[in-house]
Design a protein around this ligand. Structure first.
Ligand code: ADP
Length: 175
């Protein structure tokens, strides 16, 4: 990524270019480099739907598997990254990384325009509002919240883990 436009701290993209009358967004309708952070333990059809829709807005999407060294996940971070990488092997606009620490620090280091999150419920929404506000205050980076598609609105990684724990086949929920 190159331009001024992707630098953290450059003029806010949304209010400026999209909102100002008929001015087309820079680079066609490209929104630069979006960051989709999450635990992705496991990465579900709901997550894949958010990535697909984000690709319609951003030039690139970085899927970042966040982990906490203190907290052991269900799948290892390496497994999660490898699975998601394989999924997007033919999509050069998607890259997959892992990170620990603050999402905004990762975002700043990677020239991210905006953070992407999905919401399924009002509970998700309240949490995401809070996180978006904190992240914006810390870094100036905005969060784009995409509403879950109805067919995936009840799908969560935790439900998948629960079902898998009881030896239920979860492949129908995974991309
Ligand atoms: P986190 O632990 O950061 O919430 P998750 O992997 O559970 O990580 O979720 C990552 C993001 O994907 C969150 O914004 C979450 O709301 C969103 N998400 C999870 N499941 C779905 C779904 N079925 N549809 C849309 N968004 C989803």
């Amino acid at each position: 990524m190159n331009s001024e436009y992707n630098k953290v701290g450059s003029e806010p993209f949304l209010g400026q270019e999209v909102g100002s009358g008929n001015t087309p967004p820079p680079r066609g309708r490209g929104w630069g480099r979006g960051l989709f952070p999450g635990s992705f333990d496991p990465f579900t059809l709901g997550h894949a739907d958010i990535v697909k829709r984000a690709l319609g807005l951003f030039d690139e999407v970085v899927v970042a598997v966040g982990y906490n060294e203190q907290k052991k996940g269900w799948l290892s971070v390496e497994e999660r990254v490898a699975t998601i990488k394989k999924l997007y092997a033919d999509e050069p606009r998607v890259t997959v990384e892992s990170y620990t620490g603050l999402t905004v620090d990762f975002a700043k280091e990677h020239g991210i325009t905006a953070i992407i999150r999905g919401v399924r419920t009002t509970a998700d929404f309240e949490y995401e509002m809070q996180m978006a506000d904190v992240n914006r205050q810390l870094s100036g980076i905005e969060t784009i919240i995409l509403p879950a598609s109805p067919q995936f609105a009840s799908l969560s990684s935790s439900v998948c883990r629960e079902l898998a724990h009881f030896h239920h086949d979860i492949s129908e929920f995974l991309p």
